[in-house]
Design a protein around this ligand. Structure first.
Ligand SMILES: Cc1ncc(COP(=O)(O)O)c(C=O)c1O
Length: 429
């Protein structure tokens, strides 16, 4: 299994980025509860035949949709080791928690946070953002809010009009309601246009915060160090396999005030297995927690932050290359200035939103690349986010070639299936 998975990662270019799931394959996963044991080899064969070929595709260098990290074989091995230890990082006194605390300390240093800051691994930035809203709530209303609830408390949060949907969701789940979120206009670069004062300053750094590791990008992130809290994902630009979300709070005491809950069965001691308080369960909603820290620790140590920073810089350079390809091609139009690693563009066509939506689905189904879409001022954009350390200029070329090819077919044809394109080698210009 290990050899197969290492080969899978090493030879990923030979596969389509993504492919639609045939009905018979999907149907296999509507089976009855397995009451009897099966041979491990048979179960593994089901994995290789019916799971591996239909994965998301973000290991592939042609995956550019949404913001998905590529992971590494190092992270994969660390996941295996962590599963072998089967550690529960909710609490108690064991070295896996020290590994997590080590990564928290490294992250604190990365962002120039004070020594009293605290941090914790979570599933992803959606969870980290929600937790930050809760810390801001407890800070504003006091710990009594945990007992009495937010009834009648009129607190308002401010965010960018272009903020991720999980921010609205966080306000909803936290009990304030999404109407209590004011969405501030953005400038032409889609940056929030606000001088915030007296507010809880939370940074949704889901993928952007780790730009701090790139000497080229770091100056543009000045101010991060004065945030009250930062949410980020090591599983995006940090190349750690899913999931490795993270929340860091400037004032660790406020963080603990928000989540710690005494319980008789979680009594803390000064020695023995129940030592080492505060425990990670005092910093978030989870009690059972896996060893996400290990794959992050392995990744940071094996590659070092300079190399990870260089990868981040390179993804932005590749986005710059994609931008230049778009600008040089009269059939394409750039829809937003390229700031970091994301390029929004479209194929020029009458009925542009429909045609570009079709182009993106055609490209995904071809297996050549996997961009996604977004709406910018009502215009549907093809959105390519270069996150994967495996992506190269030839993958950008393949994307452009595919957009032009499918664009020509879509703007000249009626609706309906488009003939298949060759998958390998990538389309030449
Ligand atoms: C800016 C931003 N915020 C939040 C999220 C949600 O993060 P996660 O998917 O890790 O929950 C994302 C995901 O791409 C994002 O880009």
């Amino acid at each position: 299994m290990l050899d197969d998975m290492i080969d899978y990662v090493a030879n990923i270019r030979e596969r389509p980025v993504w492919q639609p799931i045939p009905d018979d394959v999907r149907a296999r996963f509507h089976a009855e509860l397995p009451r009897q044991a099966s041979d491990l080899g048979d179960v593994y064969r089901e994995f290789t035949d019916f799971i591996v070929p239909y994965a998301t595709g973000n290991v592939h260098p042609g995956f550019m949709g949404w913001v998905h990290g590529g992971g590494t074989a190092v992270g994969m091995l660390a996941e295996m080791l962590a599963a072998g230890l089967n550690a529960n990082l909710g609490g108690r006194d064991h070295i896996p928690i020290e590994v997590e605390r080590q990564v928290v300390e490294w992250t604190r240093q990365m962002f120039g946070f004070p020594s009293e800051a605290s941090g914790i691994f979570v599933t992803g930035t959606s969870m980290a953002n929600l937790m930050a809203v809760l810390v801001a709530r407890t800070t504003a209303l006091g710990q009594l809010v945990r007992q009495c609830g937010v009834e009648g408390a009129a607190l308002t949060a401010y965010t960018s009009k272009a903020a991720h949907g999980c921010i609205t969701k966080a306000m909803d789940i936290a009990g304030f309601g999404s109407d209590a979120l004011r969405c501030i206009e953005v400038d032409r670069y889609h940056r929030i246009d606000v001088a915030a004062e007296g507010l809880w300053f939370h940074v949704d750094g889901a993928f952007g915060a780790l730009g701090i590791l790139s000497p080229v990008l770091a100056p543009r992130l000045a101010g991060l160090e004065s945030a009250d809290s930062i949410a980020l994902d090591f599983h995006k630009w940090g190349q750690v396999p899913y999931d490795a979300g993270f929340l860091m709070v400037r004032d660790g005491e406020r963080h603990r005030d928000t989540f710690s809950s005494p319980a008789a069965y979680l009594r803390r001691e000064t020695r023995g297995l129940s030592a080492g308080s505060p425990w990670p369960c005092d910093l978030g909603p989870d009690l059972s927690r896996g060893f996400r820290a290990l794959k992050t620790w392995f990744t940071l140590k094996t590659f070092g932050t300079e190399r990870l920073g260089a990868i981040i810089t390179r993804t932005c350079a590749l986005a710059g290359y994609l931008e230049s390809r778009v600008l040089a091609e009269r059939r394409l139009e750039l829809l937003a200035p390229v700031q970091l690693n994301i390029v929004c563009f479209r194929y020029r066509a009458a009925d542009s939103n429909r045609v570009n939506g079709e182009i993106v689905m055609d490209i995904q189904e071809s297996g050549i690349a996997a961009p996604s879409t977004t709406l910018l001022d009502g215009e549907l954009a093809i959105r390519a986010a270069i996150v994967n350390h495996r992506t190269e200029a030839r993958d950008i070329d393949a994307l452009i070639a595919a957009v032009l090819e499918f664009g020509a077919r879509r703007s000249s044809s009626e609706d309906g299936p488009v003939p298949e394109l060759e998958q390998s080698p990538p389309l030449a210009m």
